[in-house]
Every structure is written in C-alpha cells, then in structure tokens.
Ligand binder design. Structure first.
Ligand SMILES: C[S@@+](CC[C@H](N)C(=O)[O-])C[C@H]1O[C@@H](n2cnc3c(N)ncnc32)[C@H](O)[C@@H]1O
Ligand code: SF4
Length: 413
C-alpha cells in the first residue's frame, strides 16, 4: 500500500484534454512507466480506513448509474485511452501495473483482466512486467485467482492485517483468522509467482504476543513479501471517534517501536530482508517493483477516482467521486482535478523523503549544508549507518528506521 491522501491538495487546473507541459516527457525513455488502477468500492468500510472508497450504501443516490461498479471497467478503460493520447508517441511499455483499492476483487475477475487488456493494447506490457492486484481475503476463491492468473496477473497482495480475531474485530475486518493463509496457498496453486501479505500493528487491544502470532502466521503461509504498517488513526474515521469516546484504548509510539522491532526480528529470522522501512521480501525478485517505481521518482499514471499520477515532474490527481469521475470521461474531459509542476527544489526534497526510507538510502549529494550537518549528527547518534555514510550514502540503521520521520525532517533542511 502506498498511501493515497483522501483530501486532495490544491493545485492549478488540469487542461480539459489532459495535455502535459512538453518538458514532462523530456528524457522519458530513461524512466520506467507504471500504471496504478484504483478500484473505489468496498463491501463495508473498515473503521480505520480513510482511503477513497465507497460502499454501495454510500453511493446510493450520489452519482447514479455512472458511479456504479457495473460500468467501472469500461470507464477506467476510457482513462487509459486518454493516457495514450496524452502521452502521444511515448514508446514506453508498462513495466508495472498495480490494481489497488478499495477492493479490486469486488469486481468480476474478467473486469480486472479487461482493464489490464486495455493497457496491453494501448501501451504494451514490458517483458517480465509485474502485474499486481490487491485482494481482500474473503473476496476470492481458487477459481477467481485462477482467472486472474490466466488473465496475466502474476502478483497478488492480500490484506491480512492480523491473525487474531479480536484484533480483526476492532479493525472491522470481515475475514476470519486463517483465511489469508489459505489465500496464499490458493494463489500459489493458481500459479502466482509473487504473493504479499499486508499486516497492521498497534491496533487498540493488540498485545506483543498477538503481533508475534500474526507475524508467525504470515511467514508460515509462505508469501515472498510482507508489508507491516503501524496503524494510523486518521481524523474523521469511525476508529478515531471510538478512541475519542474512550471505547477503545490508543497504543502509543513506544508500543509501535516495540512492535516494529518484533517485526524486524521475526521477519529476518524467517529469511525476509527489509528493503523499505515498512516492506520486507525474501528475495530481490520478490520486492514490489511498482512501489519501487514510486519511491524512485519514476513515471506512473494513476487511473481512477482520486488517483494520483506523476510524469516527469508533473503531478496531478483526479476528482474523488466515482460519479464525477465517470461524468468527466463520458464528456470526453480529463478527470484531473488539479496538478502541480515540481521545481528542482521540490524534487530534491521529495527524493530525500522517499529514498531515505529505502535500504539503499539516499545519496549525501542530495543534501543541503544544514542537512549534511544533520546527517553527521545522525551518524554519531546511531541513526545513520557509518559505513555507507563514508561511501556517500545516508542509510538508516535499525534505530534510525524507528525514528525515520524525524531523521528525514532533519535531513531535508
Ligand atoms: C487501502 S487497503 C486496499 C486493499 C484492501 N481493501 C485491503 O484492505 O487489504 C491497502 C492497505 O492499506 C491498509 N490501511 C488502510 N488504512 C490504514 C491505516 N489507517 N493505517 C494503516 N494501514 C492502513 C489496509 O489495511 C490495507 O492493507
Ligand atoms: S477493505 Fe481495504 S480499502 Fe476497504 S475500507 Fe477496508 S482497508 Fe479500506
């Protein structure tokens, strides 16, 4: 999961035909191109989730038939065709496609493979392209997974979150413990080469032992990738209201740090290595190439309501509501709601923010004098590793990973 802000930023308007400034495609041939396809539907809303997603009840009466998930694959295909026009004679094929949500697997498998087919027709898929979909454990079965695999998907990411029933209940998850592990087996049987399990730690009421049990269940299932995220209590969510009312306790930063150390210990012992602060894989091939493309500032087109895109220093985002999104495309307009043109300084800061979280770290050459001084102090404080520093790279130590946000804040000065 790469967070997609549910509140859209301000920005300048996107032209109705979606045209990009000419400079956006300068040097494009040297950058990989990926696609993110957002599916904004969920059967029920988890109380902690702030993503741009809608239940059937939330859509009723707003957006009418246009917002319906029945038409969604065709609506999204329209945006991919628009992408083809906007990118013009850009010869790049897609290196990665990531279908995320919401719950992509609420749609029939044929809809997901149809959306992928439009990318194949319009852009082509690079040899060995990574094609992922997110899936909720309760929403798939062996036939569904086989249809996805046959349709060209080769990676699947299941939202496991926890192995404990009481934790799943606080998160409002509807699957039962054991189902995500069965999903991994079903995905492997269907021929998926790469399987991820998403976990959340720091849920109210979760103990260290619960977290250990979740990690053990996850690695025992045999995925080649695990993402572990600290629960973020987002303002405006049902969970934030429950905490405010005192119905459930809040975990604190110290508990989050302890859980992170437990994750690192358990995952490392099981043969996983971290390659980004919240992501571990068993091999280099198991890493999520799509997320790497975000973290390394490559180009991606995000299609779907509220989706964000980035091409050559131009970042834009779509209107949030599925009805408004479908309406724009039906009228032949770009669904873009706003955009910003990143300057040199924006891009430098963004690179530090993203690359510092990677196991390779970021080059010290990106840092301004104050940031360089902060890096020297971070080495002395045990937050950055000394050996890479000598080679000109800022790489977080384990202690630095616990305090990654604070270290980054100092380094971007
Ligand atoms: C937005 S979901 C989409 C995929 C799918 N619907 C699912 O729930 O697994 C992607 C991941 O984001 C995680 N997520 C959503 N809100 C979060 C939050 N407030 N804190 C931490 N993780 C969150 C989910 O638990 C999930 O693993
Ligand atoms: S199923 Fe996933 S996207 Fe839907 S509400 Fe829950 S966490 Fe959010």
């Amino acid at each position: 999961m790469v967070p997609m802000p549910s509140v859209l930023p301000d920005g300048e308007p996107v032209p109705a035909d979606g045209t990009l400034p000419a400079r956006a495609l300068d040097g494009a041939g040297d950058r990989p191109l990926g696609f993110y396809l957002h599916v904004p539907y969920c059967a029920t809303r988890c109380g902690y989730c702030d993503f741009n997603t809608y239940t059937a009840a939330e859509l009723r009466g707003s957006g009418g038939a246009l917002a319906s998930r029945d038409n969604y694959a065709e609506t999204l295909a329209e945006e991919i065709r628009l992408a083809r026009k906007v990118l013009g004679d850009d010869p790049r094929r897609a290196e990665t496609v990531f279908v995320g949500g919401g719950t992509p697997t609420l749609l029939p498998a044929e809809d997901l493979t149809r959306m992928l087919g439009v990318i194949r027709d319009e852009f082509g898929l690079a040899d060995g392209a990574e094609i992922t979909t997110e899936a909720n454990p309760e929403s798939v079965d062996p036939r569904y997974l086989a249809a996805l695999r046959e349709g060209g998907f080769n990676r699947v990411s299941f939202g496991m979150q926890s192995a404990r029933q009481h934790v799943l209940r606080v998160l409002d998850r509807t699957h039962t413990p054991g189902r995500p592990e069965a999903c991994v087996a079903e995905a492997r049987a269907a021929g998926f080469e790469h399987v991820n399990l998403d976990l959340i730690y720091g849920t109210p009421g979760e103990t260290d032992d619960d977290w250990r049990a979740s990690l053990d269940a996850a690695v025992g299932a045999g995925p080649d990738h695990v993402s572990a995220y600290a629960l973020i209590v987002e303002e405006g969510t049902q969970l934030a209201r429950r905490i405010r009312r005192g119905e459930v306790p809040m975990t604190d930063d110290d508990e989050h740090a302890d859980r992170y150390l437990i994750a690192e210990e358990r995952l490392t012992a099981a043969g996983f290595g971290w390659y980004e602060v919240s992501n571990w894989a068993t091999t280099e091939a198991g890493r999520c190439r799509h997320n790497e493309l975000y973290w390394r500032g490559a180009d991606w087109w995000g299609a779907g309501p509220g989706a964000h895109s980035h091409v050559g220093g131009v970042r834009w985002w779509n209107v949030k509501h599925p009805g408004a999104y479908a309406q724009a495309l039906a009228e032949g307009r770009s669904p873009g709601a706003g955009r910003e043109l990143l300057g040199e300084e924006d891009r430098r800061v963004e690179r530090i923010l993203l690359e510092l979280r990677l196991a390779d770290g970021c080059p010290l050459g990106l840092l301004a004098p104050a940031g360089l001084r902060a890096a020297g102090r971070a080495v002395a404080d045990g937050l950055l590793a000394p050996e890479p520093y000598e080679r000109g790279r800022a790489v977080l130590t384990l202690r630095g990973r616990l305090l990654a946000d604070a270290v980054v804040r100092d380094l971007v000065d």
